[in-house]
Design a protein around this ligand. Sequence first.
Ligand code: UDP
Ligand code: MG
Length: 321
Amino acid sequence: MEDKIVYSIVVPLFNEELVVEESYKRLKEIMDSTKEEYEIVFVNDGSRDKTKELTEEICKNDKNIKLVNFSRNFGHQAAISAGMETAAGDAVIVIDADLQDPPEVMLEMIRKWKEGYQVVYGKRAKREGESFFKKFTAKAFYRILKSMTSVDMPVDAGDFRLLDRKVCNALVALPEKNRYIRGLVSWLGFKQTYVEFVRHERFAGETKYPLKKMMKLALDGITSFSSKPLAFAGYFGELTFAAGMLSLIVVIIKNIISNTNILTLGFILAVNLIMFGLLFCCLGIAGEYIGRIFDESKNRPLFIIDNIVTYKENIDKRKVS
Ligand code: UDP
Ligand code: MG
């Protein structure tokens, strides 16, 4: 009988041909040092470069490696979800492939888990090699989201974290489609702690999170955990109603007193544009929520798996038995 897997390392991959081999090497080195059974579950999120071929090669030579191939690109959060579903370990660690999250930190996470913590998240004490824009928007976003929701969410923490089997099962069982996993883990509860780390520069290649994907993740976070933006339209309506009434009174009084018309065409046009702008913003906010309700109601799966590749011997063994 095979030994029970203690740790599953989940690694999402999207066009990571420049990093996957180094990533495997570093992860293997660290996990071998635990002297306990482990597996690395790579999830290829529809890469269009050589990621798939390179990772399949790794699988062929190492019995601890699994590769889940998606049928297309479903996104980082879907890839992590698939990895968690596939993982068999007592503890599941999610880590990016690009070595921005230092693999050594996994050992600290494991120590905390052995002390009895069920969630150990990595808190970014410092971020190296990322643009000012990325650092600023990330910092602002985590704080805005925290202020908008009643769920106790840690700031400056990504998806680099360890989850106990119980937490992983609970997370996988959640039905929602537009997932903001770091928030969902906080929502689940359980005994949580963190380890601090310095987030390094990417080992190689470019970020796979362009502004569009960042915006989608941020909006998923906000819409999943707060309905406050929906109330904006109401506040805005009350404010403009009050301002409108006030200006009407001022105009009437001015006209009576001095018999002049203080409203120029330009002024009216500007006010109109501002009002329409705000109105469409409110519609857009409502649209973000409605779009997600639509997604949920379709009830499509989070991702589609093309195939799962494992060590050749394992496959052969299964055929024999
Ligand atoms: N990733 C993914 N699917 C995507 C985008 C990214 O699986 O659609 C993976 C990527 O390969 C990496 C991790 O998610 O392992 C984080 O992406 P990246 O490092 O590019 O993001 P950043 O650190 O720049 O925010
Ligand atoms: Mg990265």
